[in-house]
Design a protein around this ligand. Structure first.
Ligand SMILES: [Zn+2]
Length: 386
């Protein structure tokens, strides 16, 4: 059983421990010490990283109350080594974890929902609740949660034995027996937890919920605390300023400006479609004048369904086969049609010759071809009878 120094003091960044074993395992070289300040992955909180002697610690796990440090170099058994925790990483986890307790405690007290899933990653934290919550309800909870920060309350972490724990009301995901460690934020939450926490709620800095979504019949809330919340605010401010500049509009009118632009774009698209149709009427007449035995058309940039429309307009007015191509060399789209002939054999010829993909019905095939436009034209006019 490894002595857990992080329980006594979550702020301990340096310690010494005696190497009890050092063995190569599935996860790499794993070192066991008599005591450690390295937090092992568990309770939703990731493992600490840092230095042990002259080795790098990349992962820490606990099995049957023994803590294993996964290191990049073997350490001598029996020797005393110094451990140094990457405290920037750990403190960030402490901020996130304490913030999560306050949020979960408030939701439990107000709505009776339980935190049924907690995942703390290096970028964000998600908390899953077994009931539906709206964005507005979460905003309200967020304001209350941040009030606990302004009050700078002392967070208590105490281990109670099985007799003492009977008297204590607390939140827990599991039915616990034996000693139970309770983390208490006065007036906000008491929860059974094995994680590391800040001493005072003021250290959390800020609790910000950045996303609320439905999840397995309940709600998943994404939370950022401390520096993460500040960084997110800075990032959003930068994006907002850029958008604001692009639209030459103050942030508060961005959404109405965008709605106006969307409307204009939709009208513009309609106008383009009707102008294209008018243009096609003229073009079709020109294309039909060809002396060739089949009709071939290349238009560089046909948008939306214009490729198909142009092909069908031509097919209607001729008994010849019609091939319409659009796009850049190497990535050409085509529509191949005919009024009273099956174009599928010719389609097969074209796609196998030009590495294409596509198919369709007897009167119309569509797809893509890879190749040079002029070569496709010659091939098509030579093989149109296929
Ligand atoms: Zn916890």
């Amino acid at each position: 059983m490894t002595k857990k120094l992080y329980y006594k003091d979550a702020y301990m960044t340096k310690f010494t421990g005696k190497v009890l074993s050092c063995e190569e395992g599935k996860k790499g070289i794993a070192v066991v010490l008599d005591q450690t300040a390295f937090y092992p992955e568990g309770g939703g909180q990731p493992a600490d990283m840092g230095i042990l002697g002259n080795a790098k610690v990349s992962y820490v796990f606990i099995k049957d109350e023994v803590i294993y440090h996964v290191v990049d170099k073997a350490l001598e058994v029996g020797k005393e080594v110094e451990g140094v925790i990457d405290f920037e990483r750990r403190f960030d986890f402490m901020q996130q974890h304490s913030g999560e307790h306050i949020l979960s405690g408030l939701i439990n007290a107000k709505y009776g929902y339980n935190n049924v899933g907690f995942h703390l990653s290096i970028d964000y934290t998600t908390c899953d609740f077994d009931g539906e919550l709206t964005k507005e309800q979460i905003q309200e909870i967020e304001i209350l949660a941040n009030e606990s920060i302004y009050q700078n309350l002392a967070i208590d972490c105490t281990i109670y034995n099985d007799q003492e724990i009977k008297e204590k009301p607390y939140r827990s995901k599991l039915d616990l027996v034996g000693d139970v460690r309770l983390v208490t934020v006065p007036n906000y939450d008491t929860c059974a937890c094995c994680g590391t926490h800040v001493k005072m709620t003021g250290e959390i800095g800020m609790i910000k919920c950045t996303n609320v979504e439905r999840h397995r019949g309940g709600t998943r809330v994404t939370v950022l605390c401390g520096k993460r919340a500040l960084q997110e605010a800075q990032q959003k401010q930068t994006i907002m300023a850029e958008v604001s500049q692009m639209l030459s509009a103050k942030p508060e009118v961005i959404t109405s400006n965008l709605a106006k632009l969307q409307q204009e774009l939709a009208e513009m698209k309609q106008r383009v479609a009707s102008l294209t149709n008018e243009l096609f009427e003229y073009k079709v007449e020109e294309y039909l004048k060809t002396e060739e035995p089949a009709i071939y058309v290349y238009e560089k940039d046909l948008l939306g369904d214009a490729l198909r429309r142009l092909c069908l307009m031509l097919v209607e007015k001729t008994d010849k086969k019609v091939l319409v191509l659009t796009g850049e060399e190497g990535n050409l789209k085509y529509a191949l049609g005919a009024k009273s002939m099956d174009v599928r054999p010719l389609n097969k010829c074209l796609t196998s010759e030009f590495n294409g993909k596509g198919g369709g019905k007897s009167e119309l095939c569509q797809g893509s071809l890879v190749g040079n436009e002029a070569e496709i034209r010659s091939f098509y006019l030579l093989h149109h009878g296929a």
